[in-house]
Design a protein around this ligand. Sequence first.
Ligand code: ADP
Length: 252
Amino acid sequence: MSLLEVNNVKKSYNDGTMALKGIDFKVEEGEFIVVIGPSGAGKSTLLRCVNRLVEASEGNIIFKGEDITSANRRKLKKIRREIGMIFQSFHLIERSSVLNNVLHGRLGYMSDLRGMFYLFSSEEKKAAYTLLDRVGLKDQVYKRADELSGGQQQRVGIARALAQNPSLMLADEPIASLDPISSEMIMNYLYTICREEKITCLCNLHQVDVAKKYATRIIGINSGKKVFEGTPDELTDEEIDRIYNQTKKESA
Ligand code: ADP
């Protein structure tokens, strides 16, 4: 059984935009899959359908044998614990401490009441410190999140996702807002930690060279359709051209 199966997923937004036009692929445990494609191709929509930040209009998504797309609220909460996510714009609570941001990753495990009052256990706090140490932020624990640089904020994002103990990590253009040095650092942390913790990763990227460096498999999408699936070696210049230029050719 694959860890994740995406079956004929389509998404049309309320304004009629067909963001996904029937996407199929499978993700096996331990893979580091990178989704590439031009801006507006549907990468972000696809990733968000996996944890249902966006509701697919058709098709289904199966995670560990369970249909995410039809899960009720309770089941969805349980499935979401296992799926961490990091965002292009970090999505931290800016006025809250670095430590509290990481502890936020634990909310899916808490009752609504414990969560509301931030009643984290001492084990949870210890684990959060350890995670922050792991991403090199041991000395920033009590700072406000918005006092950190972009690269540091994204490391908090990674630590928060890891606090969930995920088996799948979704990364939506995690380095798009960062300078080249921070970008490399973030990709290295993401890749190494996923490998060490046996976390499967599905990562959207805009940069083809970065995709080729880290991916075990690459999926190329354009205009809501999968137009490539293969290893980094199979992603030839012609294929890259096809993924990125298709829109031009179609409209020419
Ligand atoms: P990518 O991540 O590859 O840049 P997106 O998934 O963000 O692509 O967008 C795919 C298409 O869906 C684009 O045409 C975009 O404008 C559109 N889109 C994204 N979000 C919405 C929304 N909330 N409402 C309407 N259209 C949207």
